[in-house]
Design a protein around this ligand. Sequence first.
Ligand code: TRP
Length: 483
Amino acid sequence: MSEQREHWKSKAGFILAAAGSAIGLGNIWKFPYIAGENGGAAFIFIYLICIALIGLPVLIAEVLLGRSTQRNPVGAFKKLSGKPFWIMIGSMGVIAGFVILSFYTVIAGWSIGYIVEALKGSFSQFSDPGISSSYFEELTGNVNWIVGYHTLFSILTMWVVYAGINKGIEQGSKIMMPVLFFLLVLLVIRGITLPGAEKGLAFLWSPDWSKISGQSVLIALGHAFFTISLGMGAMMTYGSYLSEKDNIPSASLQIVFLDTFIALLAGVAIFTAVFAMGQDPASGPGLIFVTLPVVFAKMPGGVIWAVLFFLLLTLAALTSAISLLEVVVAYFVDERKWKRHKAVMVFGFVVFLVGIPSALSFNVMKDVHFFGKTWFDNADYLASNILLPGGGLFISIFVGWIWGFDKVLIDLKKGSESLFTKYPMIIQAWRIFLRYLSPVMIMIVFLHSVGLLESAMHQLRTSWVMISLVCGLLYLFIQSRKK
Ligand code: TRP
């Protein structure tokens, strides 16, 4: 089986694909608005610390797990441990890929829809956010619009993954990532040359420490995980197509750097324009789909800038969505011996179906609540607050404590000997971060999100589900160690 397994043609191919996975809606849609809501520069500072001290070490661990085993997340844990507990952790990753993709394609679909709206000139009438906001609600309230673009985006994702690692994901990333970068640079230049752009830059670079609370640290850490695609084996799966000559620490550093750099550039492009056009920087999730169209309406040549921006967002989302589908596909190809094409068609379609209630959560199923939330919010909550931190926690524990650090070092050294001889301290630091810092920090985030739920009765029920889940996991873990 491993003989037939495709491998990245070049290290650059891997880095671009992995950076493509990392750079997504998280960077361009989410990062600017959470930074806006949490005090700009001060939040960015904390976020950078989380990325460096926790994100990077966990990324190296994930990529290494993939390369050492040449398997999907389930296969990786099966090969290294074989214990049911760890295999379940791997399965949790595959399920997370499934769940995230199901709602990710919905939002990404809006982005394609917004390219079309921009071309149609719909934004020109947006003189204030009120009009833009009701237009947004009209669009997302339209079942055909939302399901149609969800379908279109799902097909695009399946198309790339169908073509395979080299011809699909690697080739696709090599084209899409430079285009994405180019578009973003254009938008940054447009932003900083607008009169009044300085106010946007000042917002990004001058910290407002008073807005920082425990809550913002948790948001920063949670986002660090999401934005580098950690905690569910996406990077593990991409790592499984690497060969032993590649330097994992250096590749990981480059991926993290690119991801952070793009998020910051997106912040610059968006906030310079938002401030120059006198809009509200803290408008939350609607920043991109409600505030920005108003900004484009007020800007000279706004139609073109709007098209370029939503094209950028679509490309970023596409290179991320393919990595999510690839995790599910790799599992069926490695473990169930399915043909790639069949796995893509079947699971691409199933994920699409599971995404439909997410699309309907903005219209006909708006008032259908499970555990007090819509289907969409539940899917997001389950993935971002439970499956990803849980996965990240156990991946750190596995590589830090269970796998056997001698074996970890032997594998990590392949392709990166010079790092070991020149900077042995870095390896020691990595071990400490992985063993202590990252599990402890993730546990805090996790317990916090459980604790938050205690505020309301119906939410209490959910936390009981989670507490039993955690107890169950711990029990299985202890059992598996005894054998
Ligand atoms: N990192 C992507 C973003 O920033 C989303 C993503 C892709 C992801 N694959 C993932 C998140 C795997 C968590 C796990 O939008």
